[in-house]
Design a protein around this ligand. Structure first.
Ligand code: G3I
Length: 374
């Protein structure tokens, strides 16, 4: 029985905000200025067939940003040269209109070496033969030509940082090997030319914790944004993915807060683009596990929402059942039995049966949502 609009709103509106430790309860904080902070999620249209209750949650009216989880990635969108899979993205854009949401384009360029993820093997092979920017330009022309006005915000380059690869902190991916570091400004320049009305974003992960790697990644990311700005390029936004990991220890309130402030001082808006939580001890009771996930969510959001430049929070999914963290993709379409229900990662707002968890309440509380007024 799909969850009704009132049920979901009633749930979140009634939910006591989990007070983030060390700060006044979200309710006592001044309400978010202006439009507050938009809430979004990633989605693929076939998810709605597998689990219709996801549609009820998305259509509750609270999720005003939708990101295609993978169907816009080059590897899914053009698996072989010249053979495009427009349908999943066309359907999501149409669905977003119906659900009163806007789509965030993810991602024009992403190559992380993970075989098949982001950039298709045929492109990597061609770039290894010859550094043909025309190949990249055609990708931008096809995607932005079709969606450049329907989709107002684009991840132009996803995950370009890898501080262990090079002194400048850039990932030695197929684009860098073919074109050098200049591929990043060239990508922003091309996107700016082909979608002049869209907002252009750089998106990164592992920026959130108190450790040398995250600290180095924040430094490299800031240097990259400063470099793009100094060339007069339009980088309107930065995406902090927000893939939280309980095993990574303490969130870096000073480091992350300062990083967001530095981005804001550069005139860059910030979006949390892929919020979820990877557990590290699934032997605990579901109640204890859910409390840990909600607590880290509340702590993270308390840090990021302290920065007015943060204008949206997107969770990387609605239900644990469809999360990339759940493991084997094949089982997604199976019914969720009790043992699977306990075994899978519980890092999204709703559990495998789309029942809200404390993380949903932490999210609602932290966003100072106006659900009660809806
Ligand atoms: O649905 C098909 C299934 O029918 C098929 O049997 C199976 C094996 O081929 O593939 C399934 O689709 C896969 C899909 O995940 C399932 O959810 C795609 O091939 C696979 O490419 C896709 O992976 C996505 C990955 O990005 C690569 O695009 C993940 O869903 C998605 O969560 C992940 O998201 C990334 C962000 O884009 C960037 N930040 C990190 C984040 C997590 O890795």
């Amino acid at each position: 029985m799909p969850m009704g609009r009132r049920t979901f709103l009633g749930l979140l509106a009634a939910a006591p905000a989990l007070a983030a430790p060390g700060r006044a309860d979200a309710a006592q904080r001044p309400p978010m200025s202006g439009s507050g902070c938009a809430l979004g999620t990633c989605l693929e249209m076939h998810h709605l067939e597998i689990e219709p209750r996801v549609g009820a949650v998305v259509e509750s009216g609270r999720f005003t940003r939708l990101t295609p989880e993978y169907s816009l990635q080059w590897s899914s969108f053009e698996p072989t040269e010249g053979r495009y899979r427009f349908a999943p993205v066309d359907r999501l854009v149409a669905y977003a209109r119906h659900a009163g949401a806007t789509v965030q384009g993810h991602a024009l360029l992403w190559e992380q070496g993970t075989p098949g993820w982001g950039t298709p093997d045929w492109v990597k092979a061609r770039l290894a033969e010859a550094p043909d920017w025309g190949l990249v330009r055609r990708r931008f022309e096809t995607v932005l030509g079709r969606y450049g006005t329907a989709i107002p915000l684009w991840t132009v380059v996803n995950e370009p940082i890898e501080t262990s690869d090079r002194a400048d902190g850039l990932r030695a991916n197929a684009f860098l090997r073919a074109f050098g570091p200049g591929y990043i400004p060239a990508a922003f320049e091309t996107a700016q030319e082909l979608a002049p009305g869209a907002r252009l974003m750089l998106n990164e992960y592992a920026l959130e914790y108190e450790n040398p790697v995250d600290r180095a990644r924040r430094r490299a990311a800031l240097k990259l944004v400063e470099g793009l700005k100094s060339r007069g390029l339009r980088i309107d936004a930065f995406g902090v993915q927000g893939h939280l990991e309980l095993a990574k220890g303490k969130l870096d309130r000073r480091g992350l807060g300062g990083f967001l402030r530095d981005l804001a001082d550069l005139g860059v808006e910030v979006h949390v683009t892929e919020l979820d939580v990877l557990e590290h001890d699934r032997t605990l009771s579901l109640e204890a596990r859910d409390a840990r996930v909600a607590d880290t969510t509340a702590r993270f959001l308390d840090i990021v929402l302290d920065e007015p430049a943060v204008t949206s929070v997107t969770t990387w999914g609605i239900t644990d059942r469809l999360s990339w963290l759940r493991g084997d993709f094949a089982a997604i379409s199976q019914e969720v039995g009790a043992e699977m229900h306990h075994a899978m990662n519980r890092g999204l707002p709703f559990d495998a049966r789309v029942a809200p968890k404390p993380m949903a309440r932490a999210l609602a509380g932290a966003l100072d949502t106006r659900l009660a007024a809806l």
